[in-house]
Ligand binder design. Structure first.
Ligand SMILES: Cc1cc2nc3c(=O)[nH]c(=O)nc-3n(C[C@H](O)[C@H](O)[C@H](O)COP(=O)(O)O)c2cc1C
Length: 222
């Protein structure tokens, strides 16, 4: 890399674009946030956005330190938004300390962002088993071989563990690790953000104070 290339990479000041793909007016909004999310997710999938179901999950530990990572949304409805993971991972430990979390979707091609905040609960073993069995064989073996977020000396150890598990379970039916399963976030706040020209973006908040109360809607400034 030449010095000139390095300077180009480092110069982020000019890295910007205008957002003109769409608009979001109050009259466009669905009657509730889950319906609005359904519409936008469908539009993201129709637009062939890669990893449209990938969402940033932010948790905070007991010291208030935030931690973010991507997970894949696997189910959503009025009850909440679910994903699967290792229930002894770092995120699991943080959720045990503090069940408040936030989800973030960014659909770049549509210039849209959705933020969802709420409380997280662990899903039961029956639910975990049913989703685990629907996963491709390779993913099931990798999950069984890995203690997510625990230190590992080298990649070879993981690959050897996968190979051993294949020998132990030649029919491909590796059991679900005991601590592998789902979580569901029950939302109390959504924000739908549509990028607009000159940074005068459209933003709407849906909020409720009680788990079953009605949603209020508010436009907020960009
Ligand atoms: C596109 C993408 C999808 C991912 N999906 C998941 C997922 O569904 N579940 C999961 O546990 N980790 C998933 N990961 C890995 C997580 O980002 C993270 O590395 C892992 O869950 C460990 O996080 P933790 O150490 O904070 O617990 C995904 C990563 C990417 C980039």
């Amino acid at each position: 890399m030449t010095q000139e290339d390095k300077n180009d990479v480092a110069n982020l000041i000019e890295a910007r674009r205008d957002y003109t793909a769409d608009t979001l007016r109050r009259s466009d909004l669905a009657s509730g946030p889950v319906m609005q999310f359904t519409r936008w997710l469908q539009e993201a999938r129709d637009a062939n956005i890669l990893d449209a179901t990938a969402m940033n999950l932010s948790t905070a530990d007991a010291q208030g330190q935030p931690h973010s990572r991507i997970v894949l949304l696997k189910h959503f409805d009025e009850e909440g938004f679910s994903w699967y993971t290792y229930q002894k991972s770092d995120k699991a430990r943080q959720l045990a300390e503090n069940p408040k979390a936030s989800l973030l979707f960014y659909w770049c091609g549509l210039e849209r962002q959705v933020r969802i905040e709420g409380r997280v609960e662990m899903l039961d073993a029956e639910n975990a088993e049913s989703y685990f069995q629907s996963r491709p064989e390779g993913s099931r073996f990798s999950a069984a071989a890995s203690i997510q977020s625990a230190p590992v000396e080298n990649r070879g150890l993981l690959e050897r563990r996968v190979a051993e598990l294949h020998k132990e379970h030649p029919n491909g039916n590796v059991p679900r690790p005991e601590h592998w399963g789902g979580y569901r976030l029950h939302p109390h706040r959504f924000e739908f953000w549509q990028g607009r020209a000159d940074r005068l973006h459209d933003r709407f908040i849906f909020e409720r104070t009680e788990p079953d109360s009605d949603w209020s809607v508010q436009r907020i400034s960009p």
